[in-house]
Design a protein around this ligand. Structure first.
Ligand SMILES: C[S@@+](CC[C@H](N)C(=O)[O-])C[C@H]1O[C@@H](n2cnc3c(N)ncnc32)[C@H](O)[C@@H]1O
Length: 371
């Protein structure tokens, strides 16, 4: 016997009324249905008590490096007196807190100019429909775009089908139908993906909201008066890759993943509203749509390379000299206090490797667009 949650019942009702819905619509309801969706029901989702953790949880050093990036941008813009940074999908605001604390300690003049606003759909601020009274100078996000609903497509013969969610014996089940829009149908061809040569059953995700978000973000950066030449940056960090590396035949089942209490599952139709559903980001979408909107590519690299550029190893060395210099002395190290310190030092070092490891967070991509 299985019990039906109110959200499951609501999605089933929708399907009974309208027929099968595109997977993207199911995902939208599972994550964002007002009051019930995963990201909007007011529960702890991110962090050690939630379902997954992010770079912001791993170490405050991540915030310090991001702060250094913002400082560089502020300097490139000739140190404006008012520097508005809007972070989207900020969750509990950990990154912003870390950046502000770092700036107040290390760069008081920058700290004074910095107006850092954290926003999140959990607090009613949807990055896809945000209207800002004041145009931000920097739009920043960490693991935002991977949360947007995705269409799922599957290759069969020479055709591309879309995955829909219907009802089978009172439960959710998948079925394949024609693509729900021309934008879905032509998406892979837009990026010149030779999907027709891929094996049957090959699946991929199509994140149309990433395009819409980039359009919206570019408009936000431009401000309400497009004639006034404003300068600004968009910084987005996420897992994913350029289209040609992302949509490859070897990735036969795509990149859709679900997280429930730190466990990875591959069953998105289970527990809607209780588990996170995400997919890797096609960064070509962001870059190409950004360009179409008048932005230029400033940087596209891995988190590992970016953190290295932003001085993560210098900071590690500074921390060692400041807090763990006593460990240089072998006798100190052998004492009980020294042993405790040694463990603390290993912990700091371990966190830096977690942020930079190529197979983990270090393999994330960092995209900076500018105008
Ligand atoms: C994976 S978490 C990342 C949280 C935070 N950026 C960090 O690094 O710890 C994704 C966050 O994006 C938020 N989010 C998802 N979709 C959003 C949207 N359309 N607009 C604004 N925030 C959104 C979620 O509520 C969640 O807090």
């Amino acid at each position: 016997m299985h019990t039906t949650t109110p959200l499951q019942a609501h999605i089933l009702d929708t399907i009974r009324q309208h027929g099968p819905i595109p997977f993207a619509e199911y995902m939208r309801m599972a994550l964002y249905e007002p009051g019930q969706g995963y990201y909007v029901s007011g529960k702890t989702r991110v962090g050690w008590e939630g379902d997954f953790f992010t770079s912001s949880d791993v170490s405050e050093i991540f915030a310090h490096c991001t702060g250094r990036q913002l400082l560089q941008m502020w300097e490139m813009l000739k140190q404006p007196a008012h520097f508005l940074v809007l972070e989207q999908g900020a969750n509990r605001g950990l990154l912003g807190e870390g950046i502000r604390a770092w700036a107040s300690q290390e760069h008081p003049a920058f700290h004074q100019a910095l107006h850092y606003v954290s926003s999140d759909i959990g607090a009613g601020e949807d990055a896809l429909s945000v209207a800002s009274e004041q145009a931000p100078t920097v739009l920043l996000s960490n693991e935002l775009v991977d949360a947007f609903p995705v269409h799922l497509v599957e290759k069969r013969g020479s055709e591309l089908y879309e995955v829909y969610v219907g009802e089978q014996n009172g439960r959710f089940g998948e079925l394949l139908q024609a693509p729900s829009s021309e934008e879905v149908a032509s998406y892979l061809d837009d990026y010149k993906i030779p999907w027709r040569t891929y094996p049957d059953g090959w699946r991929a995700e199509i994140n149309l909201d990433a395009r819409h978000w980039m359009r919206r973000s570019a408009q936000l950066l431009l401000g309400s008066n497009p004639k006034r030449k404003r300068r600004g940056f968009l910084l987005a960090i996420d897992y994913g890759d350029l289209a040609r590396q992302h949509y490859i035949p070897e990735r036969f089942t795509g990149t859709l993943a679900c997280y429930y209490q730190h466990q990875l599952t591959e069953r998105p139709l289970l527990r809607p509203g209780e588990q996170d559903i995400t997919a890797h980001v096609n960064f070509s979408t962001l870059i190409e749509e950004g360009r179409r909107q008048g932005l230029r590519l400033h940087k596209f690299t891995t988190q590992r390379a970016w953190l290295t550029d932003m001085g993560i190893y210098e900071e590690l060395e500074r921390i060692r000299q400041r807090d763990f210099a006593a460990l240089d002395d072998i006798q100190n190290r052998a004492s009980d206090q020294g042993q405790v310190q040694l463990l603390q030092w290993y912990n700091v070092r371990q966190r830096v490797s977690a942020l930079t490891s190529p197979g983990g967070l270090g393999g994330f991509k960092v995209l900076i667009l500018k105008r």
